[in-house]
Write a protein of this length. Sequence first.
Lengths: 329, 171
Amino acid sequence: MLTAAGLAIMLAKILVVFGAMMLAVAYMTWLERKIIGDMQMRLGPMRVGPHGLLQPIADGIKLFFKEDIIPTNADRVLYVLAPTFSMVPALIAFAVVPFGDEVRLFGQVVPLRITDINVGILYVLAVASMGVYGIVLAGWSSNNKYSLLGALRSSAQMISYELSMGLSIIPVIMLASSLSLVDIVNAQARVWFLVPALPSFLVFFICAVAETNRAPFDLPEAETELVAGFHTEYSSMKFAMFFMAEYANMITASAIATTLFLGGWRGPLLPPVVWFLLKVFAVLFVFIWLRATLPRFRYDQLMRFGWKVLLPVALGAIALTAVGLVLLG
Amino acid sequence: MELSLFLVFGLVAVVSAVVVVVQRNPIYSALALIGTLFCVAGLFVLLRAEFVAAIQVIVYAGAIMVLFLFVIMLLDLRREEGRRFAPGRAQLVCGVAGAGVLLLLLVVLAGNATIAPARGSLTPETLSRLGNTQVIGALLFTDYLFPFEVTSVVLLVAIVGAIVLARRERG
């Protein structure tokens, strides 16, 4: 049962993870602009602070002071709630991600994770499947045709890619023979699952990009055809919350990819937490790299790719893993 | 702790189930249904059935309800909101009959059934030792293999049927 000290440690961990997450979200925006700037032979933000380091703070203050608009014909309740619906799942999915081994702190053994539940990976999938409601309800409650179209696209896209994502995780579960993320990391002590499950990793990563609505799968907010998609009518902090949710989702997806395929916090020499952060950053870099490199999919291409390429590959990888496990014991 | 959680989940589940029926706006109905499904998942967790709880959220609260919302939004049912619902004579008779049967069942059940059924071999202790996912997996692939496989065939038939119906409309 929970003791007072245990409860205090738990709360402290939640606060630290939450704070780190918020900070990471803010600085991801800076990093993204910097990296894309570099890739396009520009400097990116340079004005606020050295190398634009204070830019996220300036952006935050700006967004706070913008006028908060609610359209007259919007469904007020859902319009106000929708940003929260998309923000909360993005944050709570991180609760089961182990970001380090156990450490001794003030005479207590503190495992570096918020919690370990025996169906951890299913919890992540369940929470991720909740994220779509924020977008769908935002699009519908705005009472705007561009918003609605963006929301419909987003739900179709997320349902299609969720399936392949779930299937791409199965080889990992077979290799680790557990659904708990802690056990999955421990099972990768000898070799990262990236090696035996490379096709699944590729499917998982592509699906993660699609699930977070990032380029080249950013059809729900395709500005060339839908103004801004589901968040067309949103301004001020409500818009900022969608923005933060997208980045928080990216960070969580990278952390899950790290945990499932890249050995989690495991690595030589450096402390586990550093390894974890390095790996997450490497995955995040690929997210940004993709955005700077690839043009947007067309809607039919997106659907065909999801159902006719990713799904068969994910299923084939499961069959191969099963055969491999039987042959090699 | 467990009792209070059960009361909260149960109460919210029942209240949102009522809202599903009473609410005029179909979007709010669908959202209330999500609330009900969520609370049922919470009840599964209290029963140490974490796997079923997670699947409940992924499949029902996640995928199926998103499709519901999708369809409701495409149909734009907002016009329905203003319409008064006037039940006809047949509907009234059926409704009263249905409510009567339900009441009868409840009275019979409350009269001669114990709420907690007999204790089986799967106690919380054995579940935490074996892992509830493993127990469900073993059962599905041994005792319940036939119904499990038949269900997948039924679902396949439904999918094929949907495609056939959609095709005919176009041609």
